[in-house]
Design a protein around this ligand. Structure first.
Ligand SMILES: N[C@@H](CCC(=O)N[C@@H](CSS)C(=O)NCC(=O)O)C(=O)O
Length: 289
């Protein structure tokens, strides 16, 4: 089991709860809050890229003196916005992570590495992509006192993972699940390319996501209808695809008739090297094997 750990543990006093949700604009939506749980405090932002309707998530342990932070599913087009925010908030970005090899946009991880020293890219080993850290189910990714737990949720692609905030006294409550394209709000990722399988996706969601506590917050990589967040309990009741039995689900997925993502031929090869293809002078520096 890999344990990505940045800094030694550091204990700080209880901090107050703060919630701030901004309305969706034509440019970007940013929802944020900090949660406190005993001795740690999470800063959280949900950021939006409108062309691909992608959500990027910023998480940081602001109780830690270094304010270590990570970005989940950054998009190349919004890297400057995201890095400005990181700077303004005084955070130290340590990981730029992907839930999977995206087909509809180029990841921002390569660009982020070129602009900010010390940031490490993270993706699943099962994705067969290059990155500084190749993670697997059960791994824990630490940022300060907090961590994300890795759950394998293949089906949209072979290497899809869901990152779930830790279960423990110093971890955010309720838990938060960053589901990538495995589980969308009232939907799910398509299963018709990149090793997709509706049978596998059904099993992944039911065994790895629907088994989390019902109040676990669901944060997907995309939303096409204006939703920002859901819960496990809500999706177990109202998801129009995943509330069906497996046969019914497979039938729905077979008949989605979605057009191929416009960017697929550019995005997939780029994302197989975490967006580093543009940085000709700087090949992936340390690929874990
Ligand atoms: N129109 C978009 C692509 C839309 C799309 O196919 N979205 C994917 C996730 S990104 S690969 C998906 O799984 N959608 C599921 C659904 O039910 O909508 C484009 O051209 O990029």
């Amino acid at each position: 089991m890999l344990r990505l750990s940045l800094l030694p543990f550091h204990r700080f006093p209880i901090s107050s709860h703060f919630l701030n949700l901004s309305p969706k604009s034509t440019m970007a939506v940013s929802a944020s809050f900090t949660t406190s749980s005993h001795s740690s405090k999470l800063l959280f932002r949900q950021l939006f890229e409108k062309e691909s309707s992608t959500y990027t998530y910023l998480l940081a342990d602001v109780s830690h003196p270094d304010k270590p932070a990570l970005l989940i599913d950054p998009v190349d087009k919004t890297v400057d916005r995201d890095l400005s925010l990181v700077k303004e908030l005084g955070l130290k970005l340590v990981y730029a992570m992907n839930t999977h090899v995206h087909a509809d946009h180029v990841t921002g991880t390569g660009l982020i590495k070129s602009k900010l020293d010390g940031v490490k890219s993270v993706i699943s080993r099962a994705s067969k992509s290059k990155a500084d850290h190749l993670i697997e189910a059960g791994d824990k990714i630490y940022f300060g006192d907090m961590f994300l737990e890795v759950r394998a949720t293949p089906g949209h692609t072979l290497g899809c993972v869901t990152y779930v905030t830790g279960d423990g006294p110093n971890q955010p409550q309720p838990r938060m699940a960053f589901t990538g394209d495995a589980l969308l709000i009232r939907g799910c990722g398509r299963t018709d390319f990149q090793g997709g399988s509706s049978d596998q996706l059904y099993e992944s969601v039911h065994s790895q996501i629907f088994t989390l506590p019902k109040d676990t917050l669901i944060y997907p990589a995309h939303d096409y209808k204006g939703f920002t967040v859901s819960t496990v309990g809500e999706e177990m009741l109202y998801n129009p695809r995943l509330t069906k039995n497996k046969e019914g689900f497979e039938d729905i997925m077979k008949n989605l008739k979605l057009a191929y993502p416009k960017m697929i031929d550019i995005a997939v090869p780029a994302n197989m090297v975490c967006g580093l293809q543009d940085l000709s002078e700087r090949p992936a520096e340390s690929v874990s094997t």
